[in-house]
Design a protein around this ligand. Structure first.
Ligand SMILES: Nc1ncnc2c1ncn2[C@@H]1O[C@H](COP(=O)(O)OP(=O)(O)OP(=O)(O)O)[C@@H](O)[C@H]1O
Length: 263
């Protein structure tokens, strides 16, 4: 194992994963530094979610190494926060209680649960909606509750699996900005893996983008996103942004075309 693998916050080395009759990950290598925001892009079905689930301990793997803080991932890792596309909120609990539920599982005492939930709901701009049930919230608000729920227990590592994919374009851009604000203002920078299909979303948010091959997936290219922070909606119109977009699109298109040529 190389030194880089040992010192990275997240390290995947030679990861193999096969579902029955379906090789999904093959020789998958990726290192993410502590405090880095990395997005994972790739053709549909290339194994992005599978890798994220492996990191969260929700899925097993067949070979290679997957390490967080130098330790092999074995079983569900409570120090890792995951936000999925579907909000996964308890429909019968208010926003406040949904956030508290995550803390309860971790054994946080009641008073502290209440205070911390109120604080993170403020952080995501939902203080006035704390007593509403999920069906009384918009999609964007529900996803903010899901983000608040993981922020409440302060994991070092945040994993996002297309969290904004179900939202309208305007809400999506708004929440991208909000997520960056929260991440950039955190007292300790969290390490983020963000799975998305949107090239623009990946560029706007990330320090680096990993582009995967079609299945069986491995990392095909790593692209640095050297846009200054804090980023604003203006960042999206800069020459650098547009240049990175065409670079990433070219790599992705090549992979998708190779896939169709084979069928
Ligand atoms: N639990 C499972 N059992 C069997 N096959 C699975 C399972 N989970 C995923 N797969 C298959 O593994 C492959 C990779 O799926 P995965 O969801 O990781 O891809 P993805 O890159 O996230 O795709 P998308 O971009 O379309 O969301 C797909 O062919 C999928 O059908």
């Amino acid at each position: 194992m190389t030194t880089a693998v040992q010192t990275a916050k997240i390290a995947a080395h030679g990861v193999e994963k096969e579902f029955p009759g379906n090789k999904v990950l093959e020789d998958f290598d990726l290192q993410i530094k502590g405090g880095e925001f990395l997005s994972l892009l790739g053709p549909s079905g290339c194994g992005k979610s599978t890798f994220l689930n492996i990191l969260a301990g929700l899925e097993t793997y067949d070979g290679g190494d997957v390490l967080v803080d130098g330790k092999h991932v074995e079983g569900v890792n409570k120090d890792v926060g995951v936000v999925f596309q579907s909000y996964a909120l308890f429909p019968w609990l208010t926003a406040q209680k949904n956030v508290e539920a995550g803390l309860k599982i971790r054994g946080v005492p009641r008073k502290e649960r209440r205070d911390r939930a109120a604080e993170v709901l403020r952080t995501v701009g939902l203080q006035t909606a704390a007593n509403r049930l999920p069906h009384q919230l918009s999609g964007g608000m529900r996803q903010r509750v899901a983000i608040a729920r993981i922020l409440a227990y302060e994991p070092d590592v945040l994993l996002f699996d297309e969290p904004f994919a179900a939202l309208d374009a305007q809400t999506r851009e708004f929440l991208q900005g909000e997520l960056l604000r929260i991440w950039e203002n955190g007292t300790t920078k969290k390490t983020v893996l963000f799975v998305t299909h949107s090239i623009d979303e990946a560029i706007f948010l990330s320090d680096r983008i990993a582009v995967m091959t079609r299945a069986p997936g491995r990392v095909k290219a790593l692209i640095d996103v050297d846009l200054p922070r804090p980023r604003t909606s203006e960042s999206r119109n800069t020459e650098d942004f547009i240049h990175i977009r065409s670079q990433v699109a070219r790599i992705l298109e090549e992979e998708v075309r190779l896939g169709t040529d084979n069928h």
